[in-house]
Design a binder for this molecule. Structure first.
Ligand SMILES: C[S@@+](CC[C@H](N)C(=O)[O-])C[C@H]1O[C@@H](n2cnc3c(N)ncnc32)[C@H](O)[C@@H]1O
Length: 281
């Protein structure tokens, strides 16, 4: 069976440069305003297509080295194209942050934006690794989402997925079981609450400040959200649906989002938190 364009997009996480304008790219300045004045070595974890590395390289002439660690080969290739003009100041590596490997650099600036939920439930390994690898008094800037969740642990993007599954014929009450049967941990469960995360961070790092604001997503059409979902969540949720229905699934997610946009004036609305942390010294 041939895959549809949106399934190919999801399997390669393509289209993120456009999709991230709806949400993630809006956090760049908010995050970098908390960076040290003259960082020397920056490591971006889950560096995607290299947008944040590009921003630090442009903003901080002091940067000798910018390192991106990222799981997706497709994203690493796109990042390499984007960052080629910075020559050997850039180093990109394929890495699984759930089991981080030793690093020969000690970054004084580390960022991780819109990634932590993918490391659940073993985020602590990364915090321990940072405690060992970051320069003394280095700064780790982390953003985390905090959607509300229902009694089954579903919330945020899970709600749109629930609508899409129901539109494709699943009984609403059976949706949580469908998640469990396919080992899809709801994103609202993956995003721990702020208190639990604070405790986890403090075991290895020192939380200096936190700030919170609203992460609002608005779209102009169902198709726009369909592509945002494919570029951001890839095939994480679509694997719950049999192959012949996957294109319909992505379309149904877009339609559910568009219905919300028309009813509420936005698709989603949830707190995003920025944590500024440092080494324990
Ligand atoms: C929503 S994107 C965020 C990208 C970028 N940090 C930003 O703020 O736009 C999440 C990124 O985390 C990467 N990622 C997810 N799980 C990962 C893992 N276990 N190890 C490394 N990277 C991972 C994905 O491939 C993706 O590029």
């Amino acid at each position: 069976m041939t895959s549809s364009a949106v399934e190919i997009q999801a399997s390669t996480l393509a289209g993120y440069a456009d999709a991230s304008k709806l949400r993630q790219a809006n956090d760049q300045d908010w995050v970098l305003d908390q960076a040290p004045v003259e960082p020397r070595v920056h490591a971006d974890l889950g560096s995607g297509i290299g947008q944040l590395l590009e921003a630090t390289l442009e903003r901080f002439p002091s940067l000798q080295r910018a390192v991106g660690l990222e799981q997706s080969e497709h994203r690493l290739r796109e990042a390499a194209d984007r960052l080629r003009r910075f020559g050997d100041r850039v180093r990109l590596r394929q890495a699984d942050l759930r089991s981080p490997e030793p690093m020969d650099l000690s970054p004084d600036l580390v960022t991780m934006t819109s990634v932590l939920h993918w490391l659940y439930p073993v985020e602590e390994r990364l915090f321990a690794w940072l405690g060992q690898h970051m320069a003394l008094d280095g700064t780790f800037l982390l953003t985390t989402y905090h959607p509300s969740r229902d009694e089954h642990g579903l919330g945020g993007e899970d709600e749109l997925v629930r609508e899409a599954l129901v539109a494709l014929g699943t009984d609403r009450t059976l949706v949580p079981r469908r998640f469990a049967d396919h080992d899809v941990v709801p994103i609202a469960t993956r995003t721990r609450d702020a208190k639990g995360l604070h405790r986890l961070l403090e075991r290895h790092l020192r939380v200096v400040t936190t700030a919170e604001r609203d992460a609002v997503v608005q779209v102009g059409s169902a198709a726009e959200y369909e592509h945002f979902h494919a570029a951001t969540f890839g095939d994480y949720y679509s694997r719950m649906v049999e192959p012949g229905l996957r294109a319909d699934f992505f379309r149904a997610v877009g339609e559910a989002a568009w219905r919300r946009q028309q009813e509420r004036g936005h698709v989603s609305h949830m707190p995003i938190r920025l944590w500024k942390t440092t080494t324990r010294g």
